[in-house]
Design a protein around this ligand. Structure first.
Ligand code: FAD
Length: 476
């Protein structure tokens, strides 16, 4: 347990941000890390509760042993603390930056709105692990003589690949993009997580024996049948990137785009990748409207500000949530409450309980968005219509499952799907209805979080090891 009187004496302190006016001038991360003594003080606030919900099923999907590493940080043993952290999470520098931190909602001190700054400690531990050279490749001491093919190099595919390589398998990851990382690289903007974090992990995994095959679209450049022939097992970890279609009249006008192509382009520019064969989508000197209230929409907001948008308005059909949740109703679960992302704080206008009725334009190009307030059933209220000026509109109302072309077309009816069109496989065997083919991450659970993708990748690796070797020492 941290300091016995820690939470009584020490206030919660989080990382601060560069001021908005400074951070919108660049695409880099903008958090100002706490000093080591400050992180130690924050770790010492952890009381090692009898039932630490922070690492329970909803608090932390990978079950990070949070009280244990907080105590180790408090005692000054950062090396052992980061080892402990890596025993449950392959990539804590990813989650330390971009996880929404359900662990902090579940912290007992959150009953008083002063949870332990768990995410800040996690990031500090992972960053120190890299800075000190404690994080090194861990190649298997014995090879199993079997190979696994993984489709997709997002956090699910990477976590599974690392676990399987360390267990002695010959692992091949097939990725249709030019670089690894999935939505971590091409969806999530650099200002939330810079991409050198992924590159460093790729090098670590290569040194552990993982082979990455880029620009290889399974179902197009190589078939699933080929992969099943080459490998003893195949894991589908291709994500769920098919955008939900809002079916708004006028959405085919010029200047209206789905969020992902927009975010991908800026990530490609930042990474020095060419943008080939597509229109450049850029918000400089434009009035921007983002339809949708989630993470993806928020990332469009921050990107548009960095590109020099004149105004950014975000449309949320949901009513404005309460500022503070009733702890007795929600704790230790994730509450719906009014939250402001760092991107929204950069100057976005936010419209709540507002439907986008139509996108209107002149000469084929968007000029305005017609909106209206909605009632409790999300139906437009007559007489409340209003117009927003718009030169660019981004549609970001969520995702509807995996892309249907190529791979899923090839697999056809042999591969069962759930009622939301995700690939059907249970959370224990991760086995699909095709023999020797497994599924994990967003392709199985639908668009979710990085921490869930890491959990599923780890658990699928264990299930594959068990199926191929009859036993496993990989953790669930
Ligand atoms: P993905 O990350 O989608 O990776 C799938 C990979 O498979 C891709 O690289 C794709 O190119 C590849 N692939 C697909 N099909 C094939 C094929 N046939 N052949 C070869 N390769 C293929 N989560 C958070 O926790 N925090 C956040 O802040 C956050 N922000 C987000 C912002 C945006 C804009 C989006 C879209 C999502 C965000 N998420 C966030 C969610 C998170 O990114 C995903 O839940 C997570 O990346 C899913 O991991 P995955 O490995 O299952 O799939």
């Amino acid at each position: 347990m941290g300091k016995v009187t820690g939470f009584l004496e020490i206030d919660r302190q989080e990382q601060k941000y560069q001021p908005a006016a400074d951070r919108v001038r660049h695409y880099r991360e903008f958090t100002l890390p706490l000093s080591e003594p400050e992180v130690t003080r924050q770790a010492s606030r952890c009381m090692d509760c009898g039932v630490p919900y922070c690492h329970g099923p909803t608090g932390c999907p990978v079950h990070n042993q949070i009280p244990d590493w907080n105590d180790l940080v408090y005692s000054g043993d950062w090396d052992e603390a980061q080892r402990n952290l890596h025993s449950t999470n392959n990539f804590p520098e990813f989650t330390g930056r971009i996880c929404p931190a359900p662990c902090e909602e579940a912290c007992t001190l959150n009953l008083e709105d002063i949870p332990v700054a768990i995410k800040t400690v996690e990031q500090a531990l992972a960053d120190k692990g890299w800075a000190m050279g404690w994080i090194q490749p861990e190649p298997a001491s014995e090879k199993k003589g079997k190979s696994v093919g993984i489709i997709g190099s997002g956090p699910a595919g990477m976590a599974a690949g690392q676990q399987l390589a360390r267990a002695g398998y010959d692992v091949h990851i097939y990725e249709r993009a030019a670089k690894a990382g999935g939505l971590l690289r091409y969806g999530i903007p650099d200002f939330k997580m810079e991409k050198y974090h992924i590159d460093r992990r790729v090098l670590q995994m290569e040194a552990e024996g993982v082979t990455f095959h880029y620009k290889t679209n399974v179902g197009v450049d190589i078939t699933m049948a080929d992969l099943r022939e080459k490998h003893d097992a195949v894991l589908m970890a291709g994500g769920a990137e098919r955008p939900r279609n809002p079916e708004i009249p006028g959405q085919d006008l010029d200047g209206v785009h789905y969020a992902m192509p927009y975010l991908t382009q800026q990530n490609q520019r930042n990474g020095g990748e060419p943008i080939v064969g597509q229109e450049n989508i850029f918000a400089a000197s434009k009035h921007v409207v983002v339809v949708g209230g989630g993470d993806t929409a928020s990332d469009c907001v921050g990107t548009a500000f960095r590109q020099g948008a004149l105004s950014v308005t975000q449309m949320d059909i949901r009513p404005i949530p309460p500022v503070k949740e009733d702890k007795f109703d929600f704790w230790p679960y994730w509450p719906t409450k009014f939250r402001t992302s760092s991107s929204q704080a950069e100057g976005a206008e936010r419209e709540f309980a507002a439907a986008t009725l139509e996108i209107v334009g002149e000469e084929g190009h968007v000029t305005h968005v017609k909106c209206a307030r909605v009632d409790e059933k999300r139906q437009p209220i007559a007489g409340t219509e209003f117009y927003l000026r718009a030169d660019l509109v981004f549609l970001a109302i969520g995702f509807a499952g995996p892309g249907e072309d190529g791979l899923l077309e090839e697999m056809g009816d042999t591969l069962d799907r759930d009622k939301r069109a995700n690939v059907l496989a249970d959370e224990f065997s991760y086995q699909t209805t095709v023999d020797g083919v497994y599924a994990a991450g967003d392709i199985r659970r639908g668009q979710s979080l990085v921490v869930w993708a890491i959990r599923e990748g780890r658990q699928a690796a264990r299930a594959i090891d068990l199926a191929l070797s009859g036993e496993t020492s990989l953790p669930r």
